[in-house]
Design a protein around this ligand. Structure first.
Ligand code: ZN
Ligand code: ZN
Length: 399
């Protein structure tokens, strides 16, 4: 692996920053301490810093030596999750119910390390825009930054993202030239019937059986209506109704998520769900309130930029350690909004299987969004090297 020497030499310092952020997790749009830490560090390395985009977002602009007006955007996310950390090692979360369970602490630290190196060397022609976004975990911080003028204030030719990926071996990377993460969409359906004595159900209208029929019929959308070659998930994850064994309840509520890679399939699923909900409710004498919210679009890599990323990665870790056609995930990522605004690519950085965790970890799997997860510090110089090489080579590429 060809890592950049000073980034390896800074390991202890970068680990300290990463663990400090890990110990002080903050949820979306509340990343006050974290964004202060980011801004202060960037300023201390002589980097031009802009704050306040999407409340807690931070943007750093690193100017190269030449006169080129080329610019590249590198993005990290800063927010934590509303979940309990099970780990008990020294840098475990100090805030009950909040945890860096997705490794955004590591993403922030890697981009800081790269920014420091780029600012010290400035051995490139053009601008590197380092973007530290809030609220990736559901809050759409990337969208808000774009909506508030991120790319108008800081025009870039392309924007790049990276996520640590447990299960992929350390020192390996995954990327592809199309959809890499799914769209995330949530539905909420409230069925209203008429409450009654459960011994005399004929005096009421039962929303429970209506919900059951609807739930069954929804499963036929993915199996019978969707093109089997276009992946989709419809997960009904909550059904809430009833309060007693002998009462037919008045209402039933169902919630869940729909994931797709294409708009066509998403349109189909939403419209079929609506039809099934309305007609099943009507057939069962109930009324229904159907809400479908499209949260994150699919994260779709741009082919040319992804090929560029893959080449940079091959030169760092060797061709055999880069999967250029990795199977996408049905997880979601709000970097999707940045890729809708600018060309670019989003890659996965192999994080291993949890062997790295310090003593006192929670014994559970080292998977994203698990209470036993911890970012793998061995990745810090690897990810930072990718950022630096990517930026330098992107800005130096032939016109
Ligand atoms: Zn996450
Ligand atoms: Zn994440």
């Amino acid at each position: 692996m060809k890592l950049i020497e000073p980034l390896v030499a800074w390991q202890d310092e970068i680990v300290a920053i990463r663990r400090d952020i890990h110990a002080h997790p903050e949820l979306g749009y509340e990343e006050v301490r974290t964004s202060n830490l980011v801004a202060t560090r960037l300023e201390s390395w002589g980097i031009e810093v802009h704050r306040g985009l999407a409340t807690t977002g931070v943007v750093g602009v690193i100017h190269g030596k030449g006169t080129s007006d080329r610019a590249i955007g590198l993005r990290a996310d800063m927010d934590a999750l509303p979940m309990q950390e099970i780990n008990t090692f020294a840098h475990a979360s100090k805030t009950p119910g909040k945890m860096h369970g997705c490794g955004h602490d590591g993403h922030t630290a890697m981009l800081l390390a790269a920014a420091r190196y780029l600012a010290q060397t400035r051995d490139f022609d053009g601008k590197v825009v380092v973007i530290f976004q809030p609220a990736e975990e559901g809050g759409g911080g990337a969208k808000r930054m774009v909506d508030e003028g991120l790319f108008d204030a800081f025009p870039v030719d392309a924007v790049f993202g990276m996520h640590n990926w447990p299960g992929l071996p350390v020192g390996t990377f995954g990327v592809n030239a199309g959809p890499i993460m799914a769209s995330a969409n949530e539905f909420k359906i409230v069925i209203t019937g008429k409450g009654a004595h459960a011994g005399m159900p004929h005096f009421g209208v039962d929303p429970v059986m209506t919900a059951v029929q609807m739930a069954q019929a929804f499963q036929t959308i993915v199996t019978r209506n969707r093109n089997p070659l276009d992946a989709a998930v419809l997960s009904l994850t909550q059904i809430h109704t009833g309060s007693a064994d002998n009462v037919v309840p008045e209402t039933a509520e169902m919630r869940g998520t729909v994931r797709t890679f294409t708009e066509t399939t998403l349109d189909l699923i939403e419209s079929r769900m609506r039809t099934i909900a309305e007609h099943t409710a009507a057939a069962m004498n109930c009324t229904v309130d159907f809400q479908f919210v499209r949260n994150y679009p699919a994260t779709v890599n741009h082919p040319a930029e992804s090929a560029f990323s893959a080449q940079v990665l091959r030169d760092i870790v060797g061709a055999e350690r880069v999967d250029e056609d990795i199977a996408p995930s049905m997880g979601a990522e709000d970097f999707a909004f940045m890729l809708q605004a600018r060309p670019g690519s989003y890659i996965w950085l192999g994080a291993g299987d949890g062997e790295h965790r310090a003593e006192g970890h929670g014994m559970g799997p080292c998977m994203l969004h698990n209470g036993s997860y911890d970012f793998n510090d061995a990745l810090l110089p690897v990810g930072a090297t990718y950022w630096v090489e990517l930026a330098r080579r992107w800005l130096a590429r032939p016109a």
